[in-house]
Design a protein around this ligand. Structure first.
Ligand code: GRF
Length: 202
């Protein structure tokens, strides 16, 4: 079985990357982190990688919008390929992928999203769940396709919503669930229990 080498893309503080690295360190997750890439030069995720000696780079996007331009996707694809990455993990990457990266890593890109998809795709999903009066929400790891937050679900974790919850309190409870779910799913990839395939909807 091929050893999994992940490339992690993120725009935020990097707590999911930290959870992955801690699982590797405590021996519960057996894979390599080959490359960490951020579209934001000052993102915490780059510092998390740097402090542990993981290769990390900032690649700035030519486009100011939420969609990544093709040229930037090509640059990211080249860096991931150079690092022998065979599974791409989007952990709080705030740009939408649509082109070369999706084509190059078909079926080998996963994302962690802070809701029980298909409910509440898009931004601030925890706030959407709170505003809708839900009593339960959670997080989802899913395959990435051209449909934003719409690829096949791999695994989900439920999180209770309590009366009086603030968006911040709920988001941090969801993040604690993400830190369990994402390493768990990656473990399943590493053991060959989740196969890397091309989802029909790519
Ligand atoms: C997570 O809540 C994830 O679900 C969302 O962005 C956040 C990233 O957090 N897509 P971090 O940078 O891993 O701390």
């Amino acid at each position: 079985m091929q050893r999994i080498i992940i490339g992690v893309l993120g725009s935020g503080k990097g707590s999911n990357l930290q959870a992955i690295l801690e699982a590797i360190e405590d021996g519960s997750l057996d894979l390599d982190v080959g490359m960490v890439i951020s579209d934001k030069a000052d993102a915490g995720i780059l510092e998390v990688a740097r402090s542990r000696g993981i290769p990390q780079i900032h690649i700035s996007s030519e486009s100011s919008g939420t969609r990544l331009d093709n040229e930037t996707e090509e640059k990211i694809t080249a860096e991931l390929t150079k690092a022998n990455v065979n599974l791409v993990v989007l952990a709080g990457f705030m740009k939408i992928l649509q082109g070369p990266l999706i084509d190059a890593f078909q079926g080998r890109i996963i994302n962690i999203h802070p809701s029980l998809l298909p409910k509440y795709p898009g931004l601030e999903a925890w706030k959407q769940a709170l505003d809708a009066g839900e009593t339960v929400t959670g997080c989802t790891v899913h395959h990435v396709t051209r449909e934003v937050d719409g690829g096949p679900v791999i695994a989900q974790g439920e999180v209770d919503i309590f009366p009086g919850d603030t968006p911040e309190a709920l988001h941090s409870r969801i993040q604690r669930a993400e830190h369990i779910l994402l390493p768990m799913v990656l473990g399943a990839f590493a053991r060959g229990e989740v196969t890397i395939t091309k989802p029909a909807s790519v």
